[in-house]
Design a protein around this ligand. Structure first.
Ligand SMILES: Cc1cc2nc3c(=O)[nH]c(=O)nc-3n(C[C@H](O)[C@H](O)[C@H](O)COP(=O)(O)OP(=O)(O)OC[C@H]3O[C@@H](n4cnc5c(N)ncnc54)[C@H](O)[C@@H]3O)c2cc1C
Length: 598
């Protein structure tokens, strides 16, 4: 049966209905005809699971400055952060959070009516070096509130939504982006969208790893699609493991638990972060805490000999440490319930543990992609390290690499990134659409994807997608995880290449229908994940130093002589990956790389 093809035309298209996509759509739609295409119903996007908060130096509870926020972002990113991007993030965060408040977002409040703020890892007062309250939050449901608020505002602006449409290809005319092809998941029909400007905001790809905090839908479709169209991927080896995933599932337990005073404890009852980060302790940046937890586990200090430690937010424990630190604040069970209601719920449901009475079992979980589709600070996608723009193409949110998070993202900075750079993408698209006409679509826009989908449908092999997926996720977890060495990463590259071959020749699906054929679409998503797994492992293998989330036992030091540059992975016609370090790190705020002291 031939696939039905439908045609649409919009000025601006946004692929992805998470925080970044909705912010871009909201801003573009005020000026030009805008549509959002999303494989999930937008309010089910992963942004809705963000718990702890959105960072902005409002200084509502104590002194804070955007300069400190920018510096923390650079330092947290282990100096791979582009400093001009950190400046934009920290400066514009303040206005953006207040804008969200005016749009109707119900933030937690202080008694004087201002937005409540709490501590989060790596956010400090640069003078005293002590943690500062910078995370604006709505209990532990901050992302949910952001997503609902933005969705309602998009509806108000008449943004056209194509919900449960999965984008499977990008259409280019020479070097200009001119549209996308999507599958209507309900009918299986193909839809061609012709546009002047397109923003990719498809989120992250945590499903590459075995243990992850990421939702099932986070399979990296966006970057795989742009890659297949000749666009490079930047800093892919920098993938963040969040220290506190609920053991053994990996469900996220927000850093907000430690922000409220929770502490990490090993089998000996020690608060071990005092040893690894004497000043900032449990609120050190995520790469440091994740590595410390693994070192404790490897030293035999895992709870009951198992690969996890305890996160203790019981009021009596928190109050003891608050008193020791000379703080007057005390908490009780009601306070924990009010500040962390969802966390209490997850722990009770998924681990049978009540955090007010028992410590929470936690271990690191694959969480966030610092790398992605390279953009400039206006969210414009670029072809290379010389910043040559891909006309008509933008990217924002987790899928993009601005690079504002460098080698390691600070907690609360992703939500800020979505709002600040999502808005830039929207404004830039609107500007561009008003200047240019439509560029023609290629002659047969669905040819390539029809061939790929019918290949998957008609393959007569015996291997199932879940089998290949399982092996890929295990390989990535064991060999391209928190600790890395040359041989293991080489094994990962070889293993992934074998899985890719198997995917091409032996994969078979069971469902040959058209309506809601998730079997077909999940097999297609696996192809995207295998591409990204290979690029991640190759990028990691090439970078022979330790920096941020990329920690190598064979090269334990950071090497600023050789590697103070972004990793650019370039796709080749023959399927090879070429790695270059041809995009220098921007140091324009003058923060020179320094030793890391905590
Ligand atoms: C559990 C959890 C808690 C977090 N907590 C925090 C926090 O407290 N603070 C913070 O700053 N950050 C937090 N983060 C990180 C942050 O939430 C994410 O990085 C951010 O929400 C990503 O937003 P996004 O808009 O880029 O993508 P997402 O919200 O992931 O949205 C992606 C969108 O793309 C669409 N899409 C994907 N592929 C396709 C396709 N092929 N075709 C069509 N549509 C497609 C999806 O339908 C979806 O709408 C957390 C992350 C997790 C997983």
């Amino acid at each position: 049966m031939a696939m039905q093809v439908h045609h649409h035309q919009f000025d601006a298209l946004v692929v992805g209905g998470g925080g970044a996509g909705l912010m871009a759509a909201l801003y573009a739609s005020r000026h030009v005809r805008t549509a959002v295409i999303s494989k999930l119903y937008p309010t089910r996007s992963h942004t809705g699971t963000a718990q702890g908060g959105i960072g902005a130096a409002l200084g509502n509870l104590e002194e804070d400055r955007w300069e400190w926020h920018a510096f923390d972002t650079v330092k947290g990113g282990d100096y791979l952060t582009d400093q001009k991007a950190a400046k934009v993030l920290a400066q514009e965060a303040i206005e953006a959070v207040i804008e969200l408040e005016w749009m109707g977002l119900p933030f937690d409040r202080n008694p004087d009516g201002t937005i409540s703020q709490r501590r989060f890892g790596g956010h400090t007062n640069n003078e005293t070096k002590k943690p500062v309250r910078r995370a604006c939050h709505s209990a532990d449901r901050t992302g949910h509130m952001i997503l609902q608020t933005l969705y309602q505002n998009c509806i108000k602006e008449d943004v056209k939504f194509f919900d449960e449409y999965q984008v499977v290809d990008l259409l280019m005319n020479d070097k200009t982006a001119v549209g996308v092809v999507a599958v209507n998941i309900d009918t299986g029909d193909l839809h061609v969208f012709h546009a002047k400007a397109i923003t990719f905001a498809t989120g992250g790809w945590g499903r590459l790893w075995w243990t992850t905090s990421n939702a099932h839908s986070l399979t990296g479709d966006g970057p795989a699609i742009t890659w297949r169209n000749g666009i490079p991927l930047q800093d892919m080896e920098f993938y963040q493991f969040h220290p506190t995933g609920l053991y053994p599932l990996g469900v996220l337990i927000t850093e907000g638990v430690r922000g409220e005073g929770g502490v990490l404890i090993n089998a000996k009852g020690e608060r071990f972060m005092e040893r690894y980060a004497p000043t900032i302790k449990d609120l050190a940046s995520r790469d440091v805490v994740s590595r410390s937890i693994y070192l404790e586990i490897m030293a035999g200090n895992g709870i009951k000999g198992k690969p996890y430690v305890h996160l203790d937010v019981r009021p009596e424990t928190v109050n003891r440490y608050l008193a020791e630190a000379g703080e007057s604040r005390r908490i009780d069970a009601d306070y924990v319930l009010q500040k962390l209601p969802d966390i209490l719920d997850f722990c009770r449901t998924y681990a049978g543990v009540d955090p007010v009475k028992d410590p929470i079992p936690v271990a690191p979980t694959a969480h966030y992609a610092m790398g992605g589709i390279p953009t400039d600070i206006d969210a414009h996608v670029i072809w290379n390290g010389q910043e040559e723009p891909v006309l008509g193409l933008y990217a924002a949110g987790e899928v993009a690499c601005v690079s504002v998070h460098g080698a390691n993202r600070l907690g609360t900075n992703s939500l800020t990134d979505l709002i600040v750079f999502g808005r830039k993408a929207g404004l830039q698209m609107a500007d561009y659409c008003r200047q240019v006409g439509f560029t023609d679509l290629p002659p047969n826009p669905t040819e390539r994807i029809e061939a790929e989908l019918s290949r998957i449908r008609s393959n007569k092999g015996k291997v199932k997608a879940y089998d290949i997926r399982k092996q890929m996720r295990q390989l990535m977890m064991d060999k391209v995880g928190v600790f890395r060495v040359q041989d293991m990463m080489q094994e990962a590259v070889d293993g992934i290449r074998q899985l890719k071959e198997q995917y091409r020749t032996e994969l078979a699906i069971d469902d040959d229908g058209y309506r809601f054929n998730t079997d077909l679409l999940e097999a297609w998503e696996l192809g995207c994940m295998l591409d990204l797994a290979e690029i991640t492992a190759v990028s990691a293998l090439e970078r022979k130093e330790s920096r941020g989330a990329h920690s190598r036992d064979d090269y334990p030091e950071r090497d600023d002589e050789k590697y103070l540059a972004h990793t650019m992975a370039y796709p080749q016609e023959d399927g090879q990956i070429v790695i270059k370090y041809d995009r220098p790190v921007d140091l324009s705020l003058g923060y020179e790389p320094k030793e890391r002291v905590y």
